[in-house]
Design a protein around this ligand. Structure first.
Ligand code: DAH
Length: 352
């Protein structure tokens, strides 16, 4: 029996030495020390031995079992250690590797344009104001020297609100930002240096018009304000916003709320001021190389009076331009249909 025990010991030692994984090791353990294993089988034969021999063999078998268990346990911890260090190799996290960037959005091009316009004017002391975008007829028309039923009103294809009429007339969706002029004058603080940027609404939709658009309205009222100041401010803005290459021109015009009045034009960025595109087509964006940005002029005395300001003491200039139109004329931008600004097509929006 001692020989059998010795053979068993050798078997276990070899099995343990050859085990490459913990599964191999477990197989060895089951084969020799398991409930139906070889050592157990051998121990079953103990009762058949002489009492003295039985005690000796019993002790010897138990000692063998103990040694084998220690051997297996130490090999197991060795194998565990090895597989752990392999894991830290294969699953190592390189903390210096660049991460996956989350998708990052940005402001809509119009919001950016509004911020930029605000910033440019703030540098020369113009403060951005906010006035209602649903306002009384009085502020939108009448106080601007356009009496009820005056034909000049037809140019502002106005949306009227289905709302109660007050002393200030009907309510309208503001067709321009000029409603802010009299509201600002009523505050009675001089000098007035306002830049009002707001939504405007008109019943129109084509390549150069959208029914909801934005305007920015400048108003400067103080003692001794002249056309020279107006020119200076317009030139300043044109150079800051469009860059030194774009040209502006003033054309005499007529508005009820300014006298004299002008139309401000800027050379077209799509056709480079020629009126003809690279593929020899008539430019869809402009009229013969010039794009009409909007109006300007010296504030009409009747408007000053409507705002409670004495036109003998104070003079001022005003201007009102479309943000969309102004932005699409900005250097380097070739937008030939203004409606794309509000289609929310990411392929377009992502470019800005
Ligand atoms: N409100 C005018 C429009 O929507 C633009 C305008 C013209 C504004 C002359 C002004 C101005 O302040 O002085 O067409």
């Amino acid at each position: 029996m001692q020989d059998q025990l010795n053979a068993l010991k050798l078997g276990v030692e070899q099995g343990v030495a050859q085990a490459k994984t913990s599964a191999d090791l477990e197989a060895v353990e089951i084969r020799y020390l398991g409930r139906k294993g070889e050592l157990t089988d051998l121990l079953k034969k103990l009762p058949t031995l002489e009492p003295a021999e039985r005690a000796k063999m019993g002790a010897s078998a138990n000692e063998l079992k103990r040694q084998m268990e220690i051997l297996i346990a130490s090999r197991r911890s060795q194998l565990d250690q090895e597989s752990l260090s392999k894991l830290s190799e294969t699953e190592r996290a390189d903390v210096t590797e660049p991460g996956n960037r989350p998708l990052e959005g940005h402001l809509h091009p119009m919001t950016k344009a509004i911020n930029e316009i605000t910033e440019i004017f703030s540098r020369i002391g113009f403060v951005r104001t906010r006035y209602p975008e649903v306002d009384w007829d009085w502020f939108a028309f009448e106080a601007l020297n356009m009496p009820k039923d005056h034909p000049a009103r037809d140019e502002w294809e106005t949306f009227f609100m289905d709302a109660p009429v007050s002393k200030k007339g009907k309510m309208v969706l503001t067709p321009h930002t000029s409603n802010a002029q009299v509201r600002e004058l009523e505050r009675g603080e001089f000098p007035v240096r306002m830049i009002n940027i707001a939504k405007c609404y008109r019943r129109q939709s084509d390549a150069t018009h959208v029914p909801m658009f934005h305007q920015f309205e400048g108003l400067y009222v103080d003692k001794g304000v002249s056309i020279a100041h107006l020119r200076g401010v317009l030139d300043y803005f044109a150079q800051e916003f469009f860059g030194p290459d774009r040209k502006t021109r003033l054309r005499p015009f007529h508005f009820r709320f300014t006298e004299p009045s002008f139309e401000i034009d800027i050379s077209c960025g799509v056709c480079g001021g020629t009126g003809v595109t690279a593929d020899k087509q008539k430019c869809r964006m402009c009229k013969r190389g010039w794009l009409e940005l909007g109006g300007a002029g010296m504030v009409h005395p009747n408007v000053l009076k409507a705002g409670g300001v004495d036109p003998k003491k104070y003079t001022g200039f005003a201007f009102g331009w479309g943000v969309e139109r102004t932005y699409s004329m900005k250097e380097g931008l070739k937008i030939d249909d203004i409606r794309v600004l509000y289609k929310n097509d990411l392929r377009f929006n992502k470019q800005f």
